[in-house]
Design a binder for this molecule. Structure first.
Ligand SMILES: [Fe+2]
Ligand SMILES: [Fe+2]
Length: 221
């Protein structure tokens, strides 16, 4: 009897679960390098990426972007963060390695990689043209301003140790608000522009109010 020529096809992994798992592992590696443990009190990168995914999906819906491209790119955009300024290019390569092993539509993988490649920079001189790239860029930066930023940056500053005082956190926040103004001005999509302006106002107001409490200025008003 001739042997059956039936091809044994490897079952494809579900893409969302796969990229999420790959990203979680990358954040644990980063935490080990940064804080000496894979499970720190606050896993900044995981908090950041999950916030970006939520914002990117909302923004994608509001702007009519391709949600599969946007979501896959949002999960993977910082997966090679250790590569520093080259992490968008390295992240794009990772997308080409990971997504073909999953049930993600193969014809969209190149687009995901392009979106990841374009997410660099806290502000931009030239706006991005591709809608999905605009959505990821805006979502990534929205997650770095406003109250989200206040609650993400504060534990990071505290984890640097050395008995960091609240005033240092306020001073750090003030210097961050300088680039945030440029970030707000660089937003591409209308919903992100509106949200970014409000977020920056809340961020600035928060530190002013905190400083007023610390100094007892609120006793005078
Ligand atoms: Fe990034
Ligand atoms: Fe990011």
């Amino acid at each position: 009897m001739p042997k059956s020529k039936k091809k044994s096809s490897t079952p494809q992994k579900p893409w969302r679960k796969t990229v999420k798992k790959a990203m979680k592992q990358a954040t644990e590696e980063e935490a080990k390098q940064r804080f000496g443990t894979a499970d720190p009190l606050f896993n900044y990168r995981w908090e950041h990426v999950t916030a970006v995914v939520t914002l990117a999906l909302k923004l994608g819906e509001l702007t009519g972007a391709d949600l599969e491209v946007v979501e896959a790119a949002a999960w993977l955009h910082d997966i090679r963060k250790e590569a520093g300024p080259k992490h968008p290019q390295e992240g794009a390569k990772a997308a080409h390695e990971i997504l073909p092993t999953t049930d993600f539509p193969p014809e969209k993988i190149g687009h995901v990689a392009k979106v990841i490649r374009s997410h660099m920079g806290l502000w931009r001189k030239k706006p991005l043209k591709d809608l999905e790239a605009q959505v990821l860029w805006d979502a990534d930066k929205l997650a770095k301003i406003g109250l989200t930023a206040a609650f993400h940056f504060t534990p990071l500053t505290l984890m640097k140790g050395n008995g960091t005082a609240l005033q240092t956190i306020i001073n750090d926040a003030r210097s961050n608000s300088k680039w945030m103004t440029k970030t707000v001005a660089s937003m591409h999509t209308e919903p992100a522009k509106r949200a970014a302006e409000k977020r920056l106002k809340r961020f600035t107001r928060l530190w002013t109010r905190l400083e007023a409490e610390l100094n007892g200025q609120d006793l005078l008003s």
